[in-house]
Ligand binder design. Structure first.
Ligand SMILES: N[C@@H](CCC(=O)N[C@@H](CS)C(=O)NCC(=O)O)C(=O)O
Length: 205
């Protein structure tokens, strides 16, 4: 199994966390995003959108992080990260969709402006930060209400839904808007719980 990605990329981190939870190692092919390797003709012949991650396994070539982690969980031995009971499965899918539609675009709006742009000496656009803050707050309010009565997004057990939220929570917590997490008591304790898992520690170092 060969994974093309970058250790700083949120989407690569979902895949690496899933592999670590399953106790599996893939051969890692580093794609240097700063050098634009993801846009090289050789790489785009594999991943036509020019982004990471990209997976090759047993003759299968695939991309899209959320599809890859579902594939890995179904294929690999190790703890199941997809609930077997239907209500929990439905909740897991709902929370993956909420992450994709409402949380990560807004959280990354903040992270791009306040984490990555300053690293490149650029000035943040505060309109984008404020829009990201409002959108993230709305998604985190909904998560906080759900986490009041359950330990993880799908229910009692850790699942692919938690993995999908983790990379964005990590970057958000490194910005001056980390209080979006710490001011919501149930989100705060859930984040403390999941971010101390050995799989996540392995991924973020
Ligand atoms: N929907 C894709 C998004 C992948 C994506 O946007 N990857 C980012 C890193 S997290 C990337 O490669 N960015 C480089 C670029 O846009 O050139 C997935 O889930 O795999």
């Amino acid at each position: 199994m060969k994974l093309y990605g970058n250790p700083m990329s949120t989407c690569t981190r979902k895949v690496l966390t899933t592999l670590a939870e399953k106790g599996h190692e893939a051969q890692f092919v580093l794609i240097d995003l700063a050098k634009g390797q993801q846009k090289s003709p050789e790489y785009m012949a594999k991943q036509p959108f020019g982004v990471v991650p990209y997976l090759e396994d047993d003759g299968l070539s695939m991309y899209e992080s959320r599809a890859i982690i579902r594939y890995l969980d179904a294929k690999l031995a190790g703890p199941k990260l997809t609930p077997s009971d239907l209500p929990s499965l439905a909740r897991m899918e709902q929370w993956i969709s909420i992450e994709h539609s409402y949380f990560s675009p807004n959280a990354m709006g903040i992270v791009m402006e306040l984490f990555f742009k300053p690293m490149r000496g650029l000035t943040p656009d505060m309109d984008k930060v404020n829009k990201g803050r409002d959108g993230s707050a709305r998604a985190l309010d909904v998560a906080d209400r759900a986490l009041m009565s359950q330990a993880h997004l799908a229910g009692d057990k850790f699942s692919l839904a938690d993995i999908c939220w983790m990379p964005y929570l990590q970057y958000l917590s490194a910005t001056p808007h980390g209080n979006l997490i710490t001011e919501r008591p149930h989100v705060k304790s859930w984040w403390q719980r999941i971010s101390t898992r050995p799989s996540w520690k392995k991924v973020v170092g």
